[in-house]
Design a protein around this ligand. Structure first.
Ligand code: NIG
Ligand code: FE
Length: 411
């Protein structure tokens, strides 16, 4: 495959950078009037059109990209793509003024999804998940992380992770999976938190690792969910089993989640709507990625995370959708970029870096995906004709992604 006459080729990284941080995120490694060659699923050459001879690679499938942008496929590093049903009734409750926390206390929220997840047959869950995966592919996501966490029983958590892994056979997405048994304390364990945590750590975790069902471990470290001490305990157990942490932190309160994530060497701490100087200071000098999920504050009507302060502090901010039925029922990375720009004042280039390279770094995959460089996997997007990158966040309800290529194959 030879892409020619690319108006704007956003490589995102051009010197093997595994992430970009701080104001460095404003440089999305733009090459104008470019070509790009893909062989056997890998990028093997690229450069200016004037260095491409007319008879080069005559056997390649040529795609004329005049007037278009070519950029890396989106890396959505935080989703709950495997879930049983939508929860629009809770959405209506929130419109009427009942908060997310109050709905959760009344047995809605995560526990509502967990009940449905326990009841749904695995085959149906897979079918519904395939539908959502096909939807996000069309929106330009080429790599996705998928969490369990709506099971909350031994059987059900395994079921969700089996579906997430089975999905790999049905769609060409690059998929990483995360065990989130510690998403909420199920109703039946309300009087015995330690009992449930032991079930997560001593029964579910060993089985999941034995079956190779997860790459990472997650905990919802927030007010009303898991404490800092519980989070550290679970993350350390995960580490013993070889699963690095990627945690939910500081969505609802200044929970200490960011600090404990950094302390335990988590690859990322995600949400961070409730973050200030102490959280940013904890992240500085660490290898933990702050991953912002702006469709959550959009949908729940809460404050956005302090993206500009994080960038000013030199952090490698990532962006993801958090696609889930409770707090973000959508998987559009273009919309996430739009919210990042409009609501958190990130520049379009910063939002692109955060949605590709830095998302890949949050999964420790940026040596292969998240940027367009020679030797990298050919996961790329060809946009509809458009004059500038800013059109993507600007046209917030349009899908401007025309063609999606994963490992060199158009999907
Ligand atoms: O990432 N915050 C915790 N978990 C999910 C939402 C869970 C739900 O409401 O179903 C999230 O926002
Ligand atoms: Fe989440």
């Amino acid at each position: 495959m030879l892409l020619t006459n690319i108006s704007q080729l956003y490589q995102v990284a051009s010197e093997g950078e595994l992430y970009k941080s701080g104001l460095g995120m404003q440089d999305a490694s733009l090459l104008e009037d470019a070509y790009l060659l893909v062989e056997n699923g890998t990028i093997t050459a690229m450069g200016h059109m004037n260095s491409l001879s007319a008879d080069a690679w005559p056997q390649a499938q040529r795609i004329d990209c005049s007037g278009r942008i070519v950029m890396p496929g989106f890396v959505d590093s935080h989703t709950h793509l495997v879930f049983p049903k939508t929860r629009e009734q809770e959405y209506v409750y929130r419109i009427q003024g009942i908060s997310y926390e109050e709905i959760a206390r009344r047995g809605g929220g995560i526990l509502n999804s967990a009940k449905a997840a326990q009841e749904i047959p695995e085959s149906q869950l897979l079918e519904e998940t395939i539908g959502r995966a096909e939807e996000i592919l069309k929106l330009g996501t080429t790599t996705v992380e998928i969490k369990s966490g709506y099971g909350l029983t031994y059987e059900s958590e395994l079921k969700l992770l089996r579906v997430a892994n089975e999905l790999k056979k049905h769609v060409p997405l690059n998929i990483k999976t995360t065990f989130l048994g510690a998403h909420a304390i199920p109703t039946s364990w309300k009087g015995n938190r330690k009992g449930y945590i032991d079930l997560v750590c001593d029964k579910m975790l060993p089985k999941i690792v034995e079956e190779g069902l997860a790459d990472f471990i997650d905990v919802f470290c927030d007010e009303g969910f898991f404490t800092v001490e519980e989070t550290e305990y679970i993350l350390r157990k995960g580490q013993e089993y070889g699963l690095p942490g990627k945690i939910h932190a500081n969505e609802l309160a200044f929970s200490g989640g960011v600090q404990v994530g950094v302390k335990c060497g988590a690859y990322s701490v995600d949400h961070l709507e409730r973050s200030g100087d102490a959280e940013i200071a904890a992240l500085q000098g660490s290898d933990t990625v702050p991953c912002l999920l702006p469709s959550v504050p959009y949908f729940l009507g809460i404050d956005y995370g302090p993206a500009r302060d994080m960038i000013a502090a030199g952090l490698p901010v990532a962006l993801a959708t958090d696609y889930n039925p409770g707090s973000s029922p959508g998987g559009s990375m273009s919309f996430v970029m739009s919210l990042a720009c409009t609501k958190m004042k990130m520049l379009p280039e910063e939002a692109l870096v955060a949605s590709t390279l830095n998302g890949a770094w949050a999964l420790r995959m940026s040596d292969t995906v998240g940027s367009l460089e020679v030797g990298k996997q050919a996961d790329l997007l060809i946009t509809k004709p458009l004059a500038s990158l800013a059109r993507i966040p600007y046209s917030f309800s349009s899908n401007l992604i025309d063609r999606v290529v994963i490992r060199g194959k158009e999907v």
